[in-house]
Design a protein around this ligand. Structure first.
Ligand SMILES: [Ca+2]
Length: 525
């Protein structure tokens, strides 16, 4: 503990020097650590380690163990020959702790991309060589790369890598076009539409052919989350054009552009405007949110939704049955993009970060990486850290651990289970099986089969220009897009005006920075 405090003090000095604009600091670190990327000794995963390594962790700010030397801590200390110092930063105070020099070896799981970027530039977090992570975490990194080949992108700042990549596994899946099966049948469709033209036909008949057969024209084809989540609004229609208006996108010339100013988005707007005039779109789409959409779906006012991913849809099965709805799951609609694409949020997350002191301590860094590989991919270590002890804190039911009710909060904190010692919960495909019932797994694979996804090319990325202009640009775009959908203006002319204004209001500057970040990342790989 003493040693750790001394280290913290040194870091306070380092941080304040950087803050004071001491430009020599970065060079000093670089020249002191020329061998960071290749560890000088030949320690490998198979060699036993005699030396006990002390690791100060604050990996979770939520699931902080009640006591030091709790059973999970003891189990891990024995398993990895380490000694944990439990740091107890919460969401309210961990930034203050870090600012005052209490730098954990393992950082909290919920750091924002802008904090990561600032801390990297201030010398608070450790640079870690990608090849070293791959060497000591071979299974984990290969699984991550399978889910998203761009998994390393987020941690690369100014050409250097700052952490172990993490992904949100569900984020890789898309928003599934979903239809009221009874309505489809009523209008003569035995399967969901495959193309954007077929969707138009379905929506037209959902509006005009009395699909609920109550003798009244009281149904619409589609609404959307115009009020609360614009990135989801009509996402399946934009996806048919290969774009999302609220995502960064790679342009044909290799630069990064913004979906909202592309010709693809303009053409999608043209179609939406036509649909709006034909009354296929519920005029309340501007004030609808997720909850209202769910109500309109359940009360059979709309027959098509595209704001749910497979796990939402799985959770909605009972509700649909109660409402007398057979949900029919479709694929991405084939349109001008020429293939079946749906929007996804993307799997990429801010990586798991380490304190600067970890960069300078080869033994500690390697031990942490070896430990993380085991925690993320070894069934026994995973179950023990996340769920605890079988028969005591959880039972295995059909191959899935089920936590006993009394172990959901206080008793779990006493045992030390959860995310505090295992920062890679639900981050590796090999242990994901423990979080699924077999029928949910089957559902996931069925509704996502054969679907390609599109997501933001940059993922969670801090850009200086984003901080400066994004709020203004978003307001500009929100207003223009609604006007373009419900208005009568000449779209080509109006879109040109919007695009020019968007570019002039900081948009061009943001695209320049986005392109630079994208190219730096590509070069660092
Ligand atoms: Ca009706």
């Amino acid at each position: 503990m003493k040693q750790w405090k001394k280290l913290s003090l040194m870091l306070v000095l380092t941080v304040s020097l950087v803050a004071a604009g001491c430009s020599g600091n970065a060079n000093k670190n670089a020249s002191e650590n020329p061998g960071t990327s290749t560890p000088s000794n030949n320690t490998s995963n198979s060699q036993p380690s005699d030396k006990t390594i002390t690791i100060a962790t604050n990996a979770s700010t939520w699931e902080i163990p009640t006591n030091d030397d709790n059973p999970t801590q003891k189990y891990l200390e024995e398993r990895y020959n380490v000694k944990f110092v439990n740091m107890r930063g919460t969401d309210e105070n961990y930034k203050v702790m870090i600012a005052s020099g209490e730098i954990p070896d393992i950082f909290p799981h919920n750091i924002t991309e802008s904090d990561m970027t600032n801390w990297a530039r201030q010398g608070v977090i450790a640079e870690i060589d990608i090849e070293e992570i791959k060497k000591y975490m071979p299974s984990y990194t290969s699984h991550i790369e399978e889910v998203d080949p761009n998994a390393w992108n987020i941690g690369i700042i100014d050409g250097k890598n700052y952490g172990v990549p993490r992904i949100w596994l569900n984020g890789a899946y898309g928003f599934i076009p979903t239809y009221n099966g009874e309505w489809l049948e009523a209008i003569g469709y035995s399967e969901p539409p495959k193309t954007i033209e077929e969707l138009e036909d379905v929506l037209t008949k959902f509006r005009n052919n009395d699909p609920d057969q109550n003798g009244q024209k009281d149904t619409y084809g589609i609404s959307g989350r115009g009020k609360d989540v614009r990135v989801q609004l009509f996402n399946s229609i934009y996806a048919a054009y290969g774009v999302n208006p609220y995502h960064f996108k790679l342009a044909e010339d290799g630069t990064v552009t913004w979906g909202g100013v592309t010709d693809e988005a303009k053409e999608a707007l043209r179609l939406l405007n036509k649909w709006y005039k034909e009354e296929l779109i519920d005029p309340e789409f501007m004030t609808d949110d997720g909850e209202l959409l769910d109500q309109k779906w359940s009360s059979k006012k709309i027959g098509y939704i595209d704001h749910k991913m497979y796990h939402h849809l799985f959770g909605a099965i009972d509700g649909n049955t109660e409402a007398g709805i057979t949900a029919v799951y479709g694929q991405g609609l084939i349109g001008p993009a020429g293939k079946s694409i749906v929007m996804s949020n993307g799997a990429l997350q801010v990586p798991l970060m380490f304190g600067k002191q970890v960069e300078e301590d080869d033994e500690k860094r390697i031990r942490i990486l070896q430990m993380l590989e085991d925690l993320a991919t070894n069934d026994e270590a995973y179950l023990r850290t996340v769920y605890g002890i079988e028969g005591e804190s959880y039972d295995m039911v059909e191959g899935s651990p089920v936590t006993k009710t009394e172990f959901t909060s206080d008793m779990a904190r006493e045992m030390g289970i959860g995310g505090f010692y295992n920062p890679l919960i639900e981050r590796d495909t090999s242990t994901w099986k423990f979080h699924f019932t077999p029928d949910k797994l089957e559902f996931r694979d069925k509704v996502n089969a054969g679907i390609e996804t599109t997501s933001d090319i940059l993922g969670p990325t801090a850009l200086e220009t984003k901080g400066k202009y994004m709020a203004t640009l978003t307001t500009l775009q929100d207003e223009f897009y609604i006007k373009a959908i419900i208005g009568n203006e000449d779209l080509d002319k109006a879109f040109e005006g919007f695009k020019n204004q968007w570019l002039k209001t900081g948009g061009q500057e943001m695209l320049d920075e986005a392109t630079k970040v994208y190219k730096d990342r590509e070069a660092a790989k």
